[in-house]
Design a protein around this ligand. Structure first.
Ligand SMILES: [Zn+2]
Length: 84
């Protein structure tokens, strides 16, 4: 059982390595992609309709221990399928 857990963690770490790219290892080359918005905000995707909205304008909801973004309160309310 523990071995499975370790395997899972290792797999996750490896996945993060490949998915996250070279995030740790000096930041000399800062050719990171710029977000579409130039208003100094990060773009987040609405979990309901898939629309991209600035993070500071998005509706943030806590779901299952994580954070979910929505473009509007309407989407946030509409996306709730399971009653708490
Ligand atoms: Zn939406």
């Amino acid at each position: 059982m523990i071995r499975l857990l370790i395997l899972g963690v290792l797999g996750y770490l490896i996945y993060q390595l490949f998915a996250g790219g070279k995030s740790a290892g000096g930041g000399k080359k800062s050719t990171a992609r710029r977000p579409p918005a130039d208003s100094g905000g990060r773009m987040v995707k609405c979990a309901s309709c898939g629309l991209y909205v600035p993070e500071n304008e998005a509706v943030l909801k806590r779901q299952g221990g994580g954070q979910v973004f929505y473009c509007s309160e309407k989407c946030a309310a509409g996306a709730k399928k399971k009653p708490d």
